[in-house]
Design a protein around this ligand. Sequence first.
Ligand code: ADP
Length: 214
Amino acid sequence: MKNNLIILGAPGSGKGTQALKLVKDYGYKHLSTGDLLRSEIAKGSDLGKKVSGIISAGNLVDDLTVLELLKANCNLGQTAYIFDGFPRNYEQAQMLEKSLLSDVKNYKAVYFEINLDSLVERVVNRRTCKNCGEIYNTKTKPAKNEVDCQACGGSGTVVQRKDDTLEVVSNRLNIFKDTIGPMLNYYESKGLLVKLDASKDEKALFEDLKSAIE
Ligand code: ADP
């Protein structure tokens, strides 16, 4: 079976876009904790109500809440998963190892390395289809009529995420800077880390990603 994959990278580094490509071409299951949390908000669940303000401000939801949500949404062993957005810090990396990956053991961590200064523009120009998750960029990959999704045919479904504004993204990038180092050291010390140059365009990065996982 294919390795499970942990994708690490700053907001806007291309994790979600590349994960969707892996799902289409290789049949991985994509687990994005950001998507799971946003879907709780959309449903209006108690959990959604609890996390809505935290996410809008670009802060992290507490580790245990996200771990429980993740556990409830995956069944390791049958299919290979892509973990996107979890772990977000060293404690979550350990939680993932102990409570989910301890039995299956087969996984790799892939880090999408990119100069953080280039990401603010990417994120504020990002648009996402609220139906299918397809990711657009107003400058480099615009949606049809700005709001219609070519991927799922949704009309008016392509929107800007509330936390993709200039102010909030700066906070998210600062949190990323503070948390990424110990996670990279952790996976590197286990010999499980692959670093990819995420400044490359979508296709070139996908080629590198395929070589890394094969
Ligand atoms: P991005 O990678 O662009 O920051 P995500 O969709 O992964 O976007 O995450 C959006 C928000 O959801 C985060 O800013 C945070 O508030 C929350 N979130 C997602 N994953 C986690 C996590 N593992 N731990 C804590 N909060 C999380």
